[in-house]
Design a binder for this molecule. Structure first.
Ligand SMILES: C[S@@+](CC[C@H](N)C(=O)[O-])C[C@H]1O[C@@H](n2cnc3c(N)ncnc32)[C@H](O)[C@@H]1O
Length: 241
């Protein structure tokens, strides 16, 4: 079964995207853990400031980055392969969404995911789709965001090759990847032969300039005492005019 369709990952991602620091962190959390909260907001902040027309969030999961993009995009489309994630991303716009945070064994805490009150609703549309085989009539976007998606795709090259037609001339692309290549998601023959950034650049350089790179840490809480702390490599690209 696709892990991203399970109730366990749905709850982990609702907490990851919408949980408060108090809901996510243990009381003794060191600074590094605290700094890793808020990843779906921080990745969107890598776009250049200013308002644009159309945004696309690929592998949007439960939607927080899509809603964040709507602060400066007239309309946003969020696409994810998981129907369960897409349903949750849509539901949260209509009201508070209850979920369980796993603490240990059979112990859970009831939590409620809500959109921050200043986030625009009505301009974000979600749909289930495959980032390697996007529908032909999606059109082109001023901003495309794909966080922690590339190394979850069986054939990531297919997405990289589609990006030039998805980003308008002068538009921006934010890719974030922890480069955690795993054969349960991507056959090793489809992993980059060398460094992931150089491999991305080899696919994008004909149509994009690399503006800058950065690292953004993120924290996914599995239980009260078990967390995934990971750092994702951010690259901001601008489509040739
Ligand atoms: C590691 S999560 C990252 C989610 C989100 N962008 C974030 O940063 O929290 C990977 C996401 O990609 C989605 N995904 C996996 N394969 C996909 C595909 N072929 N097309 C679109 N989304 C896919 C998963 O369902 C999951 O929501």
């Amino acid at each position: 079964m696709n892990p991203y369709e399970t109730d366990r990952l749905l709850a982990e991602y609702l907490l990851f995207h919408y949980g408060s620091p108090e809901e996510i962190l243990p009381s003794n959390a060191p600074t590094g853990m605290r700094e890793a909260v808020g990843f779906p907001v921080r990745t969107v902040a890598h776009f250049t400031l200013g308002n644009v027309e159309r945004g696309l969030d690929l592998g949007c999961a439960v939607g927080r980055s899509s809603y964040e993009m709507a602060r400066s995009c007239g309309e946003v489309t969020g696409i994810d392969f998981s129907r369960s994630f897409v349903r949750a991303a849509e539901a949260i716009a209509t009201g508070p969404l209850p979920y369980f945070r796993k603490d240990e064994g059979h112990l859970h805490t009831n939590l409620i995911a809500t959109l921050p009150p200043d986030l625009a609703d009505g301009v974000v549309h979600f749909e289930a789709g495959d980032a390697m085989d996007l529908r032909a009539d999606l059109g082109a976007f001023d901003r495309v965001h794909a966080a922690n998606l590339l190394c979850r795709l069986p054939e990531p090259r297919r997405l990289l090759e589609r990006l030039a037609s998805l980003v308008k001339p002068g538009g921006e692309l934010v890719l974030a990847t922890p480069c955690t290549w795993l054969d349960e998601y991507t056959p090793p023959e489809n992993w980059p032969a060398g460094g992931t950034l150089e491999w991305i650049e080899s696919h994008l350089a004909a149509n994009f300039d690399l503006i800058r790179t950065a690292e953004e840490p993120f924290l996914i809480r599995e239980t009260a005492r078990k967390f995934q702390w990971t750092t994702s490599q951010i690259s901001l690209w601008r489509r040739h005019s």
